[in-house]
Design a protein around this ligand. Structure first.
Ligand SMILES: NC(=O)c1ccc[n+]([C@@H]2O[C@H](COP(=O)([O-])OP(=O)(O)OC[C@H]3O[C@@H](n4cnc5c(N)ncnc54)[C@H](O)[C@@H]3O)[C@@H](O)[C@H]2O)c1
Length: 256
């Protein structure tokens, strides 16, 4: 296989277990020769992340809870020490309280709104801010979003509003960082059964609707997202920035 990412150092944020989208991304990037660093949110997931990352030779494992500025600063310092130069950043992080992911959006609490936006949208800005200075050979930043950013989808609620903020942040970051040859994009994935998806009520009915209506008549697999991430991290996508790329088997184009 051609190694499209050899010589590239890429940081992956958001592996929790083997079902995580970030883990499929890691596998695609590693198979194209990237050197990887992983972050884990807390001690709760540390062991699992260490086990997974241990299967990828030469990988580095670092802590980072994105709600804590000091941890992001510590991460930037550690990445500088391990890699010197950073070429890619994969942000695959989101959180909302389960009670905000059912019922009516109108009932969203102030605290729940703030928390979902802090972890799911602001964290991209916060990590980009501290890490783009390490991308002095140019770089690619990507995040994960969902169709609920654009459409009112049942039970997605405050997370849809946070994803809208995330997608707008992608455009603003792309506009700021283009002058440093750093690109910023999002992948909008179709629904995939992961730990984060477990929090969304009636997730199975969403999967069934996708199987029925998506042009390709199937649900999204994490490996499909992984391979698109590989493209976004590589020079093949050098002309693309500020974009939302759909990896959803075409579901978003379908009308009633
Ligand atoms: N699963 C889907 O259907 C789907 C579809 C489209 C987009 N996405 C997005 O993909 C991304 C990854 O989600 P996933 O489905 O792989 O689930 P996941 O649960 O495997 O990943 C979510 C990650 O966010 C991390 N995280 C949460 N709070 C954090 C914090 N304070 N600090 C650091 N990390 C924190 C968790 O540790 C976990 O690794 C999310 O942004 C999600 O919204 C998921």
């Amino acid at each position: 296989m051609t190694e499209l990412l050899s010589g590239k150092n890429i940081l992956i944020m958001g592996v929790a277990n083997e079902r995580s989208i970030a883990w499929a991304i890691a596998q695609s990037l590693a198979s194209h020769g990237a050197r990887l660093a992983f972050t884990y949110e807390s001690e709760r997931v540390e062991e699992r992340v260490r086990k997974l990352a241990g299967t990828i030779p030469n990988s580095v494992i670092l802590p980072c809870n994105v709600t804590v500025d000091a941890e992001i600063e510590g991460l930037a310092a550690a990445v500088k020490e391990h890699f010197g130069v950073l070429h890619g950043l994969v942000h695959s992080i989101a959180f909302a309280k389960t009670e905000e992911l059912e019922g009516l959006f109108v009932d969203t609490s102030r605290e729940g709104f703030a928390l979902a936006h802090d972890i799911s949208a602001y964290s991209l800005v916060a990590v980009a801010q501290k890490l783009y200075p390490l991308m002095n050979e140019g770089g690619s930043i990507m995040t994960m979003t969902y169709l609920g950013a654009e459409r009112a989808m049942k039970n997605y609620n405050v997370m849809g509003v946070a994803k809208a903020a995330l997608e707008a942040s992608v455009r603003y970051l792309a506009n700021d960082l283009g002058q440093f040859n750093v690109r910023v994009n999002a992948v909008s994935a179709g629904p995939i059964r992961t730990l984060a998806a477990k929090g969304i009520k009636d997730f199975n009915s969403i999967l069934r609707a996708v199987e029925e209506k998506a042009p390709l008549r199937r649900t999204t697999e994490t490996a499909e997202v992984g391979d698109t991430a590989m493209f976004l991290m590589s020079h093949l996508s050098r002309g693309i920035t500020g974009e939302v790329i759909y990896v959803d088997n075409g579901y978003h184009i379908v009308g009633v």
